[in-house]
Design a protein around this ligand. Sequence first.
Ligand code: NAD
Ligand code: DAU
Length: 360
Amino acid sequence: MPLLQHQPKSILVTGGAGFIGSNFLHQIVPTFSDASIVNIDKLTYAGNLLSLQNIENAPNYQFVHGDICDSNLLKRLFEEHQFTTVIHFAAESHVDRSIHIPLEFIQSNVAGTASLLEVAKDAWMSESSCRETYRFLHVSTDEVFGALGAEGKFTTDSPYAPRSPYAASKASADHFVRAYAETYGLPVIISNCSNNYGPYQFPEKLIPLAIVRALEMEPIPVYSKGENVRDWLHVHDHCDALQCILSYGECGETYLVGGFGELSNLDLLKLLCNMIDEQLQRPIHTSQSLITFVQDRPGHDFRYAIDPSKLTTELGWSARYTLHEGLNATVQWYLSHQSWLKAVMDQSYRDYLKSQYVSL
Ligand code: NAD
Ligand code: DAU
């Protein structure tokens, strides 16, 4: 059993109204009932307070509508709450959007992270009593390591080689986080995780998009021939890993998070479509017949795969869900939360999607 390294007393979560952040808050608000927890979120199209209804009235939880680029707001929050713990999720997160609007990604992911680090560093330096017990956890992505060929996995020794504006912005944020550790001694940890799926994911990402399209009997777009491979992890497993890293991880370290869930996009969609048909009691292949090959994403990374052995051997974490179990549970969740889906998908989002795909 690893040694307990950190016990949060006052926690700042950024981007907690998004997909992973909201799942993380559902876990930690009851778990850390003695800690006060503040969630700052800009509520972009990807953030929605509907995802937080279960915890919005918890006595140890508070929501602040704001932008991490707003240093004055951050300073006020740090002064008021004396945070011991920062868990940084806030970011623009969709690769396709980053190809169309890269500057928004630089603003939130790079400038936003730098603004948060600067305020966190000043607060940490001025508060000598909590210096030893402070943590800044940056929730990052495997996309910073670029694309793999058919063989091999990303490890903590993999060089940075981002290939999309999104990946470049997250790589830059990782570099700023490390620079603050080296230069000022800020106690940081970075986690780089593979593709998440599960409840409350905005339906622009492949899995919820495919579920929505199957429900509406609309084409399910797959880029190129569907041969690109992603390494899928259920979001609850990612959140468990983050809690584990926060409590037991060593400052200055990087942990790669993944659960051996590799599948090509086409195989994933076929599996998902079969599950949807089964749960909706539709004739077999009803949803599969909707799969439509469309023009590829520019610079589409071929394959991601994570070697999580540092996290499993040093900190004892491992994934609870198999991909089959996780996908089945996810289909079930979306089918029983169609009012959430409708609420987060407004007309402007539907128009955006329509303009995205060119049929092959
Ligand atoms: P998401 O897009 O669902 O949520 C992002 C949240 O951040 C939203 O609530 C949004 O309103 C908020 N936000 C964006 N810019 C902000 C700003 N300037 N100030 C305050 N809030 C802002 O993203 P997600 O999928 O939940 O990802 C969360 C984090 O995890 C991101 O940093 C992402 O890079 C990382 N990550 C995601 C995955 C994945 O598969 N989804 C995998 C690995 C790492
Ligand atoms: O690897 C971690 C990353 O995973 C996170 O850092 C990102 O925030 C997250 O968005 C995700 O990035 P991807 O680009 O891999 O996810 P997305 O769901 O957009 O696409 C998954 C795969 O499916 C990818 O190979 C592109 C493909 N795809 C995607 C969409 C939206 C399609 O074939 N059709 C689609 O319509």
